[in-house]
Design a protein around this ligand. Sequence first.
Ligand code: PMV
Length: 322
Amino acid sequence: METRGQACGKVILLGEHAVVYGVPAIAVGIDRGARAVAVPVESGPSRLRVRGWNIAVRDNEDGHDLARAFRALLDASREDRPAIRPLSVEVEADLPPGGGLGCSAAMGVAIARAVDPTATDDALQERAMAWERVFHGNPSGIDAAVSARGGCAFFRKGEALERVRVRGTLHLCVGSTGIAASTKVMVDGVAKMRARKPDVVAKTFEGIRSLVGNARVAIEHGDRITLGRLMDLNQMLLSGLFVSSTEIERLCGAARQAGALGAKLTGAGGGGSVLALVPSAAVGEAVLAAWRADGFDAFATTVAPETRARSVEAEAESETAP
Ligand code: PMV
C-alpha cells in the first residue's frame, strides 16, 4: 500500500545567516513545495528517485550525498519506528534546487511524511534535519521547521517555532537569479568573515536581530510599509556580509522601481532568489513583468495565517506504521 507526504517550500522574510548564530528569523511557508510517495518493497536496500531530475539512489550507496541523506532520514525514522520496512520512494518538487526556497528541506519533510504518515510535525522536522545535515553541514533548522508546518513563523535555533499572526494578506513576489548557490558555501563564507572581523559581524547580527523583532511587530499589526523598509535594511546588512550579488541587486532595484515596498535576497544568497513585498496583487504583476522583461523567472505568492503543510494520508492504513 502506498503512502504519501507533502511539504511546503519557504521564504525567509528576515534573518537568514544571522539565524545560524542564534539570532531569530521570520519565515513563511509558500504554496510551492514537494510531494513524495512511498511503496514498500520485498527486501532492501530502500530506493529513492527524484522525479524530474533523473536521479535514483539506493540507501546503501556511500558515494552520493542524496543516498547518504536518504539513509540518514530512514535511520532517524526507524529510531522511533523500528518497524519501517524497506521502501521505494519517489519525490518531486516544484522549487528550484539551490534557489533559496528550501527545496531540500521540503523534499526531506515530504519523504519523512510518506515514510511515516503518522509522525508528528516535531518528529518530521527532526528526521528531515538528519537529511539536511548531509547537504548543509550545520543548518539552523529553519527550513525543516517551516517546511513541516507552513504558516508564518518566528524561529530561533534550538527553540520551538513561534507562530506569527499575520494581519491581512501578505503579497510577495519571488524572482530567481537563475543561479544555484550552495547554502553550505555561503554559510562558510559568513563564518570566515566572522573569524576575520568578529566585531563587524557581531554588529551586523545585532542589527538584524533588531530588524527581525521590529518586523514581527509590523507583521502582527499589518504594517506593510514598515515591513518593506525593514526588508530593505536587512538586504543592506546582508550585502555587508558579502552574500548578495549583481543579479540580486538588479532584481531588488527593479522590484522597488516597480512599486515594491521592500526587496531582499531570501535564503543563502550568492544567487538563489529575491523576495519582494508588494502592496497589492496589481503591483505584484508589475514587479513580475519587470523581472521577466529582464529575463528572470518569477512567481507571486500570498501569505495568510492558514497556509499550512499537511500530511496526505495513505488511502488505506500505512503498512509502515506499526
Ligand atoms: O538557502 P536556504 O533557503 O536553504 O536558506 C538558508 C538559510 C541560512 O540562514 C543561510 C542557513 C541556515 O541554515 O539557516
